[in-house]
Ligand binder design. Structure first.
Ligand SMILES: Nc1ncnc2c1ncn2[C@@H]1O[C@H](COP(=O)(O)OP(=O)(O)OP(=O)(O)O)[C@@H](O)[C@H]1O
Length: 238
């Protein structure tokens, strides 16, 4: 679905990370992990087309970029906009219906079904300014369900979210994965990555590791000593 060839990403011509090579296969579910500042959000923004690549190429299957649904970190979103929950979820229909076309019955049914799926059926008429962080994220996931974009990019979707909401949203991600969407998710929770993400891209300042999650994490753990050196010495001298 997406192939990166010697891709350098960054800002104003300065690379944050250089020479990324690899492929996100069609229908894959990949966790993008790494320490703070290693370029995870930058990579998603570049794939979404919001940032130009600093160098190298980003190519898409069939030579055409698919429709993309991109969810930035919550902090980058405006929660104060004067819209109702239903209206935000209905935006997911725009690629199919156009901006000004009235929503037909099947479209309304899709929107209501998505609100139901994320447990917001009773909040359709609520103003989005009144939503909690978890409710806001549920609403955005309902829009993803309506949108049905082939490529889905999620930047830390569970940050600041309560556990039941996180579990529900992870199930929605699984549902989208099973129905064939290609999904990249930036995460900081290794336990979740191991349990639920078949593929991992680990970004670091030196080089990226890419592949089956168990192999990528094993390689990373393998590089770290089990105990810090000073502790081993202290034990040896006691
Ligand atoms: N608009 C910008 N202009 C210039 N540099 C930026 C900009 N946004 C981010 N950076 C820098 O690019 C680097 C990568 O940032 P990015 O947000 O992609 O990291 P990240 O891996 O997503 O980090 P985190 O886990 O903290 O969210 C950082 O050094 C950051 O300071």
């Amino acid at each position: 679905m997406i192939t990166l060839t010697q891709l350098s990403i960054g800002y104003q011509g300065h690379a944050v990370i250089d020479a990324l090579n690899g492929t996100f296969e069609a229908g894959s579910l990949t966790a993008v992990i790494g320490a703070n500042g290693t370029g995870k959000s930058t990579l998603l923004k570049t794939i979404a087309g919001l940032l130009p690549a600093v160098g190298g190429t980003l190519s898409f299957a069939a030579g055409r970029k698919p429709r993309v649904a991109y969810l930035p970190q919550q902090a980058e979103l405006d929660h104060q906009f004067p819209l109702k929950v239903f209206e935000v979820v209905a935006m997911g229909c725009w690629p199919a219906t156009g901006l000004l076309r009235r929503l037909d019955k099947p479209a309304r049914a899709r929107i209501n079904g998505a609100l139901d799926r994320v447990g917001l059926e009773s909040m359709a008429a609520r103003s989005i300014e009144t939503l909690s962080g978890g409710q806001f994220q549920r609403m955005l996931f309902a829009r993803l369900l309506v949108q049905q974009a082939p490529l889905i990019l999620l930047d830390e979707p569970f940050a600041g979210i309560d556990i039941p909401t996180g579990a529900l949203l992870m199930d929605v991600i699984d549902q989208l994965h099973k129905s064939g969407h290609t999904i990249l998710v930036v995460l900081h929770d290794d336990a979740l990555v191991i349990r639920r993400f078949p593929q991992t891209l680990l970004l670091s300042r030196r080089r990226a590791r890419w592949g089956a999650t168990a192999a990528v994490l094993e390689e990373r753990e393998g590089r770290q000593p089990a105990w810090p050196e000073y502790l081993s010495l202290a034990q040896a001298s006691s």
